[in-house]
Design a protein around this ligand. Structure first.
Ligand code: NZQ
Ligand code: ZN
Length: 384
C-alpha cells in the first residue's frame, strides 16, 4: 500500500430478498416532499413502482415524479428535475433504477440550488459545490455502475459526457439491493452491466506495480464475477449468481479497491466519449474497445498483465509475455461467451466521428501508457 489515502463511505446498504422492507424506516427520517426519480417505465412493468408508491402513501408523503430519465441522462433533463425539486421544495430524492437514474438523482441533488450554470460550474469546471444539496436514497434495479455507493454523476450535454465525482455529502444515504429486481433486465443490459463491473475493476487493477492488498481484493472480485456471469447467462434467475454480481458491482466502484495505488480510467475515457457521440449503452462502449486498449498497454506492464492471467484466469505459459497475452485472450473468450458488443461500428460510430473522438479523449499521466490522439485513433481502428 504505497500511496496514502483516506477511506470514507457512509452509504447504508440493505441487501437481499425483500430488502425493500427497510424503506419505510429510512424515509421516516426525512421530510414530506419526495422527488421520485425513475426511467422509461421498466419499474411500472415489473411492479417495483407500485410497491414503492404503496410505501410512500402509507407514510403520507407528497410524491413528485420525474420519469423518463434516459440511459446516458442529459443536462436538459437534469434541469427539469432541478426546477421541480425547487418548485416543490423537495426534502428527499428517491432514485429507483440503474446508474442513469441514480447519477441523475445525484445531479439534481447538487445542482438544484447552484448559483449560475451548473453544467459549466460543476461538470465542465469541476468547481466545489458551494450550495446546499439534497439527500438521495436509491433502489437499484440494474447492476453495473456502482453509482449506488459512490458520489459519481455522469451527465451528457451535446458531445460531452462528463463523470463528476461530487463531495462526500453526495453518497446515497441508503441503497436497497434486491437481486430479484434485476431478473427482468434484458440480456443485453445484464451483460453490458457485467462488463462495466469488469472494466471498473481493471481500471484500478491494471495500474501501478506494487504488491497491494487492493489488487488481491480486485482478483477475488473478478473471479467471482467471471464465475457468476457464466451461470447468469445460462440461468438469469439463478439467485446466487445474480446476487454475487450485484454485490461485486457495488464493491468494484466504491473507493475500496483503488485505495493506495494509481488508477487508470483511460478505458472509460474512450468508452464515455464514444457514448457522447452515439448514445450507446455504456458497458458496450467499454467492451467494444477494451481489447484494443489493453493490448496497447500490455507491453508497458508485462508483470501486472501476467499476474492478471495467472491469478484471475489460472493461466501460466513459458514466458511472462506469453502468459500476459494469454490472459487477454482468455478475457476475449469470456466476453464472446457473454455476447458482448466487440466492434464500435455496431454502436453507431461512423468514420467521420473518429477524429473528433480521438481528439477528445483525455489521457492520464499515471497510466502505463498515457493516451495521445494517435494512440486513441489506432484503438478505434482496431475496434472497428
Ligand atoms: O429506463 P427504464 O425503463 O427503467 O429501462 C432501463 C434502461 O433502458 C433498463 N432497466 C433498468 N433496470 C431494469 C431495466 N429493464 C428491465 N428491468 C429492470 N430491472 O436498463 C436500461 C439501462 O439503464 P441505465 O440506468 O442506463 O444503465 P446503467 O446502470 O448501466 O447506467 C448507465 C449510466 O451510468 C453511468 C454511465 O455512463 C451511464 O450514463 N456510469 C456511472 C458511474 C458512476 N456513477 O459511478 C460509473 C460508470 O462507469 C458509468 O459511467
Ligand atoms: Zn463504467
Amino acid at each position: 500500500m504505497q500511496g496514502n489515502f483516506s477511506y470514507y463511505n457512509p452509504t447504508k446498504l440493505y441487501f437481499g430478498k425483500n430488502a425493500i422492507e427497510n424503506l419505510e424506516a429510512e424515509l421516516l427520517q426525512y421530510g414530506k416532499n419526495i422527488l421520485l426519480v425513475y426511467g422509461g417505465g421498466s419499474i411500472k412493468k415489473n411492479g417495483i413502482y407500485q410497491e414503492v408508491c404503496a410505501i410512500l402513501e402509507t407514510l403520507d408523503k407528497n410524491i413528485y415524479e420525474i420519469s423518463g430519465v434516459m440511459p446516458n441522462p442529459t443536462y436538459d433533463k437534469l434541469q427539469e428535475g432541478c426546477q421541480l425539486a425547487k418548485d416543490k421544495n423537495v426534502d428527499f430524492i428517491l432514485a429507483v433504477g440503474g446508474g442513469s437514474v441514480i447519477d441523475y438523482a445525484k445531479g439534481v441533488a447538487n445542482c438544484t440550488y447552484c448559483n449560475g450554470d451548473a453544467w459549466t460550474r460543476y461538470y465542465m469546471n469541476w468547481e466545489d459545490v458551494d450550495n446546499d444539496i439534497l439527500p438521495v436514497g436509491c433502489i437499484l434495479t440494474m447492476v453495473g455502475t456502482g453509482s449506488e455507493m459512490n458520489t459519481g454523476s455522469v451527465i451528457t450535454n451535446d458531445t460531452y459526457k462528463i463523470g463528476r465525482i461530487y463531495d462526500d455529502r453526495s453518497y446515497p444515504k441508503f441503497t436497497i439491493l434486491d437481486p430479484i429486481y434485476t431478473y427482468t433486465l434484458p440480456k443485453y443490459q445484464m451483460v453490458a452491466g457485467i462488463f462495466d463491473i469488469m472494466s471498473h475493476i481493471l481500471e484500478q487493477y491494471l495500474s501501478g506495480n506494487n504488491d497491494s492488498t487492493s489488487d488481491y481484493l480486485a482478483e477475488a472480485l473478478m473471479k467471482s464475477l467471471i464465475h457468476s456471469s457464466l451461470l447468469a447467462i445460462e440461468e438469469p434467475t439463478n439467485y446466487e449468481a445474480r446476487s454475487n454480481i450485484m454485490w461485486t458491482a457495488t464493491w468494484a466502484l466504491n473507493n475500496l479497491i483503488g485505495s493506495g495505488k494509481p488508477q487508470d480510467w483511460q478505458a472509460h475515457g474512450i468508452g464515455e466519449t464514444i457514448g457522447a457521440y452515439t448514445n450507446a449503452t455504456h458497458g458496450m462502449t467499454l467492451s467494444a474497445t477494451a481489447l484494443a486498449y489493453y493490448h496497447t498497454q500490455l507491453p508497458y506492464a508485462i508483470d501486472q498483465y501476467a499476474r492478471f492471467a495467472k491469478n484471475v484466469w489460472d493461466i501460466e505459459k513459458e514466458t511472462k509475455e506469453e502468459t500476459a497475452l494469454a490472459g487477454l485472450e482468455a478475457m476475449k473468450q469470456w466476453m464472446e461467451q457473454l455476447g458482448l458488443v466487440m466492434h464500435i461500428e455496431e454502436l453507431g460510430v461512423t468514420k467521420d466521428m473518429l477524429e473528433a473522438i480521438a481528439n477528445q479523449v483525455s489521457s492520464n499521466e499515471s497510466a502505463y501508457l498515457p493516451l495521445t490522439p494517435e494512440i486513441v485513433m489506432n484503438i478505434l481502428k482496431e475496434s472497428w
